[in-house]
Design a protein around this ligand. Structure first.
Ligand code: 6CS
Length: 343
């Protein structure tokens, strides 16, 4: 073939390619595979949420959602980086790990801020302006489209010895998620806080590098953490909050129809996961007691909670110190939202 002919053929094929891509593959209607990483196993709360989200997307469009459970792509910090880089389209990262990136997200670790009543808590997550509006712009600043925040259950402390008050946490190396305010909380509670990624918790308890940690009961059961712990204590200080988000450039590039598809799927999964969790904590505690009859389970009385509640004021001050005006605005809004659902 002469050079001229080669050039002509190339021009013709590339022109055909452009035409084909314009006429046959309009971007809006293109079926894509979206990658979504979670911090838990597929049968745990984040996995159940993600599965429902996937079902909704796939039922209502030609897109596919591929879920990557904990461990398949690294720790939570890794999947967050991958989402910010656009390698993943969706990620579930709990505020317990988002503190360094978005300091205001630590507000969920001001002890005794969230109600222990589940209905009230669910309604708060459903209606809160702080959650559904104000946090959106803070996540957007980090290249993330916040889709949903939801609760995963009351947080219990697990330790080697029973905890009746802050004195029992003295000299206890207590694992916390990698979050500066959680460190402050457990300092105020009298423990020696040790921030660690999730992957180091079971082994750390087994080898006695740490002696305590906190998580919802269902997670303590499903991850078999009860095997390496002897006491479970309910102080009512916190409910585990998690957040689902999308890479913002990816989200902004979606057609209006696909944006609605994603929002509707996130909404449907939200209601689904709240319903799914009814009775879950009790079931999990029953399983733990059956598997380990010697487990000491303590629900602290109001009187026993008093010193922990007192420590909460110190933590709230620390939160304001760490986050300034912006954190104070989120905290005030959150309190107003909580007040609205308590009526
Ligand atoms: O404690 C943790 O690190 C983990 N806890 C829960 C309930 N979900 C994921 C997170 O990694």
């Amino acid at each position: 073939m002469t050079t001229k002919l080669v050039r002509k053929v190339l021009m013709a094929t590339s022109a055909a390619g452009v035409l084909a891509s314009m006429s046959l593959l309009p971007t809006a209607a293109q079926a894509d595979t979206w990658k979504y990483a979670i911090e838990e196993a597929i049968n745990e709360v984040q996995g159940v949420y993600a599965t429902k989200f996937k079902e909704e997307i796939e039922k209502n469009s030609d897109h596919e959602v591929q879920i990557f459970p904990y461990g398949t792509l690294g720790e939570s910090a890794d999947t967050m980086e991958q989402t910010q880089a656009g390698i993943l389209q969706f990620v579930d990262q709990s505020p317990g790990f988002t503190g360094a990136l978005i300091p205001e997200a630590q507000v969920f670790f001001v002890p005794y801020l969230l109600p222990t009543d589940t209905e009230q808590l669910n309604e708060f997550f459903r209606t809160s302006k702080a959650i559904n509006e104000d946090f959106k712009s803070l996540y957007a600043d980090q290249g993330l489209e916040l889709l949903k925040m939801f609760p995963e259950g009351e947080v219990a402390m697990t330790t080697k010895k029973p905890v009746m008050g802050p004195d029992d946490l003295n000299e206890v190396k207590f694992r916390v998620m990698t979050n500066p305010l959680l460190v402050e909380s457990y300092k105020a509670f009298g423990a020696t806080p040790t921030p660690l990624p999730w992957g180091e918790v079971y082994g750390g308890l087994q080898t006695n590098i740490i002696q305590g940690q906190e998580n919802p009961t269902s997670f303590i059961e499903s991850t078999k953490l009860y095997e390496v712990t002897d006491a479970i204590t309910y102080a009512g200080h916190s409910n585990f909050t998690t957040a689902v988000m999308a890479n913002k450039d990816f989200y902004d590039g979606l057609s209006d129809e696909d944006k609605k598809l994603v929002q509707d799927a996130a909404d449907a999964a939200f209601e689904y996961i709240l319903d799914y969790q009814k009775g879950l904590e009790k079931e999990a505690l029953d399983k733990i007691k059956k598997a380990k009859p010697d487990m000491v389970v303590t629900v602290l009385s109001e009187e026993q909670r008093a010193p922990f509640k007192k420590a909460a004021a110190v933590v709230e001050d620390k939160f304001i110190e760490m986050t300034g005006e912006s954190g104070k605005a989120i905290l005030d809004q959150l309190k107003a939202d909580l007040e609205a659902v308590s009526k």
